[in-house]
Design a protein around this ligand. Structure first.
Ligand code: GSH
Length: 279
């Protein structure tokens, strides 16, 4: 069918001379900041990383004072010194002598310890529709999102060429398999960049399928405050991270339920959407 482009309302975002400013100028109701020792916790992330958004989500909902440390995408030394390998997110709480990896383990640790305030999250529902939706559209979303993270020119993990190189090498575009993609003999660096550029140019052909995908998701979101029945849960921790990434795609018409959900989660989690840099 044809794709209907419609004007989406942005209840909590600001529009200024047609430029969407995002949600950072809108004050969300927030409990007073919890300060956990000194120096304050450090959360090491890449901005685009959906696993990292999971941890930012719980830190935001609980308003735990911390510094977000954006690592360059090619920085191996910093994460390796902290947790023995190159991975993010990493949460370091110096006053507790704790260094944690694995996003959901960190979220659970922070949510279940009363030191960090009352528990907020219900267990994961195990809903199959959400995971199937994600799997079904993964390739399409990767084609749209991956080149944009790099070409935005503003994500801190990509502020230097070496960071962009590391990402492009490590993140194959469909239909390439990982091993083939990162093998310089089979696909030289310049070719990988050319494929990223090509994917951007393919956008008009990809948008209708992406619009249909998010339309499908519209019916799966219970409310703006939680995606599954029964309240805020680990489903939201996972889904918000993934959906936030989609907001980097300009011209993707989101159903009102999805848009309202994204805005309410972004405000409560204190993690901005990508609207201002969507392209
Ligand atoms: N299971 C881990 C997965 C984290 C993960 O895959 N992070 C990616 C960034 S999105 C990463 O650090 N990959 C290694 C790399 O980029 O070299 C978690 O949930 O924390």
């Amino acid at each position: 069918g044809s794709v209907r482009l419609k004007t989406v309302s942005h209840p909590t975002s600001l529009k200024m001379s047609n430029t969407l400013v995002g949600n950072s100028l809108v004050e969300a109701p927030r409990i007073p900041a919890l300060v956990v020792g000194t120096p304050v916790p450090r959360l090491y992330v890449y901005d685009h990383c959906p696993f990292c958004v999971r941890v930012r989500f719980i830190m935001g909902f609980k308003n735990i004072k911390h510094n977000v440390v954006f690592l360059a995408n090619d920085d191996i030394e910093t994460p390796t010194k902290l947790v023995g390998k190159k991975v993010v997110p990493i949460l370091e709480i110096p006053s507790y002598g704790e260094v944690m990896k694995e996003s959901m383990d960190i979220v659970k640790r922070i949510d279940e310890d009363p030191t960090f305030g009352p528990q907020l999250l219900k267990p994961a529902s195990g809903r199959k529709d959400l995971s199937e939706w994600q799997d079904k559209h993964q390739d399409l979303f990767r084609l749209l999102q991956r080149p944009r993270y790099v070409s935005s020119g503003i994500l801190p993990e990509f502020s230097q060429q070496a960071g962009r190189d590391a990402y492009v090498r490590n993140h194959a575009l469909p239909p390439y398999a990982k091993e083939e993609w990162s093998d310089d003999k089979r696909l030289p660096r310049a070719m990988r960049y050319a494929k990223y550029a090509e994917a951007l140019q393919q956008t008009p052909a990809l948008l209708p399928a992406a619009a249909a995908a998010v339309q499908e998701l519209g019916g799966m979101i219970a409310s703006a405050q939680h995606c599954s029945e029964g309240g805020l849960s680990y489903d939201d921790v996972d889904l918000f991270g993934r959906l936030r990434s989609l907001t980097i795609v300009r011209g993707l018409p989101l159903p009102d339920t999805v848009r309202a959900y994204l805005e309410s989660m972004a405000a409560a989690a204190d993690v901005p959407l990508y609207d201002p840099i969507a392209h």
